[in-house]
Ligand binder design. Structure first.
Ligand SMILES: Cc1ncc(COP(=O)(O)O)c(C=O)c1O
Length: 437
């Protein structure tokens, strides 16, 4: 059979309405800076940094050239019992951005792999320190921790779970942190810290010594940007400390400057024991994730094993892939030389002012935001998520890429954005809203 270059049939697209998309495709054929171009030649402004992956803007030549050079020099080596210099350099660069005492980094290829790797690190750690009775994990309603089996077991978004009823046992879920009192709260809501007491109740119900770890996104991203109430993360930390429970921040979205600091842990002044990350690590150019762990965790796991043995039976064929490491190093150099985290911090007020200008729109039921990340919640049309899906498509043809989950638009521009770009995003957002009236 001749090869049909226009056929869309064979590719089963992820998290997509395949039949709907293939009937009316939206292909992006070029991207540069804060813009993309569709297959009909239309220009789109990227209001969500792709999928929160590209804070330095698209098409950065420094990253492309670093990857090209690496591919010519050393395209692939397995990373089991072998190494290449880029992996060690990147781990050191990531460690410098992580909280003190968190100087060890395990590389993966995605956020989902980072979450499942973190679960296994915790199990290995507890075994090493004689705490294997800690079999229970705590997560939160409306959480998103990726799509692998560990991640969906921890996840709290119903559509991601309901088709897959076999999940890990022993997971208990705290309430999410959105309350009606917080509507239109900008930054951290003043109320809601008491929701952290759910964890204290689990400790009373199950015994704190049976709980291994608590997983939370410092800002719950994929559910529509739920910013933690003032004092909430601090209280989780206190309860964890009281009971010897590890605290994991899933910073796959918030990592690398989205909150105006390298990690949200620093923005909120709470240090977890483990941080999972991915997305902006390579500016989205090459798939890569990582897990940062406190030194005592690395030491306990490695020292528990006999000398000359493998200490942690886990890893991926593509862990620390040379091309991904080259992309990561080039990306972190851009963040540093261009001061992009500081730029994110200084743009935040302008960005949030622009978001809050949508408050008067009759279809907007809530706004939330922190740093360079905001949630715009639209009134439901009766079927949860239907308006959001339609809005995202309409926005595309109005020249705007915005990621929607359910009826929540997640606006998260690149940190290289100028104020005029933010104005353009909001202007196109409003025009798309008006067309829905
Ligand atoms: C907090 C969080 N964890 C994990 C993931 C999964 O990452 P990936 O899609 O790279 O597997 C995501 C993706 O959006 C995320 O937001």
């Amino acid at each position: 059979m001749p090869f049909d270059v226009n056929s869309l049939e064979n590719h089963w697209m992820p998290f997509s309405g395949n039949r709907d998309f293939k009937a009316n495709p939206r292909l992006v054929v070029k991207s540069e800076g804060i813009y993309c171009w569709d297959h009909k030649g239309g220009q789109l402004i990227d209001g969500s940094s792709g999928l929160f992956c590209s804070p330095a803007g698209h098409g950065r030549p420094e990253i492309a050239e670093a990857v090209y050079r690496q591919m010519q020099e050393n395209d692939y080596i397995p990373h089991f019992q072998l190494g290449h210099p880029g992996a060690f350099e990147l781990a050191q660069r990531v460690s410098r951005l992580l909280p003190e005492q968190m100087n060890h980094v395990f590389f993966t290829n995605s956020g989902s792999e980072s979450v499942d790797t973190a679960l296994k690190i915790i199990m290995a750690y507890n075994r090493a320190i004689g705490q294997s009775q800690r079999l229970r994990f705590v997560s939160r309603e409306r959480a998103y921790h990726g799509v692998n089996l560990g991640g969906i077991s921890l996840g709290g978004m119903v559509r991601n779970r309901e088709s897959f009823p076999v999940t890990l046992p022993g997971i208990v879920t705290m309430r999410h942190t959105q309350t009606s009192e917080q509507a239109f709260a900008r930054g951290q809501p003043a109320t809601g810290a008491e929701l952290a007491e759910d964890l204290a109740r689990f400790c009373e119900t199950y015994g704190g010594s049976t709980i291994a770890a608590v997983f939370v996104e410092p800002i719950a991203g994929s559910t529509g940007t739920l910013v933690p109430p003032v004092g909430y993360l601090q209280r989780l930390r206190e309860i964890c400390d009281e009971h010897g429970i590890l605290l994991v921040f899933d910073e796959v979205i918030t990592g690398f400057g989205r909150t105006g600091k390298p990690f949200a842990a620093e923005s909120f002044g709470v240090t977890p024991d483990i941080i999972t990350m991915a997305k902006a690590l390579t500016n989205g150019a090459i798939p890569m994730g990582a897990v940062g762990v406190k030194d005592e965790i690395y030491q306990a796991v490695t020292e528990a094993a006999p000398e000359n043995s493998i200490e942690f039976f886990h890893g991926y064929t593509y862990s620390a892939h040379p091309a991904a490491c080259a992309a990561g190093i080039a990306t972190l150099k851009i963040y540093e030389t261009e001061g992009l985290f500081e730029r994110a911090a200084s743009l935040s007020d302008y960005f949030l002012d622009a978001i809050w200008s949508l408050k008067d729109h009759p279809l907007v039921v809530d706004l939330r935001g922190y740093g360079m990340m905001a949630g715009v919640e639209l009134v439901s049309d009766g079927v949860p998520g239907r308006r959001g899906t339609r809005f995202q498509k309409d926005a595309f043809w109005n020249g705007l890429h915005i990621k929607f989950t359910g009826d929540n638009g997640i606006v998260a521009p690149a940190f290289i954005a100028e104020r005029t770009h933010i104005d353009e995003i909001i202007d196109k957002f409003r025009k798309t809203l008006d067309a829905h009236l």
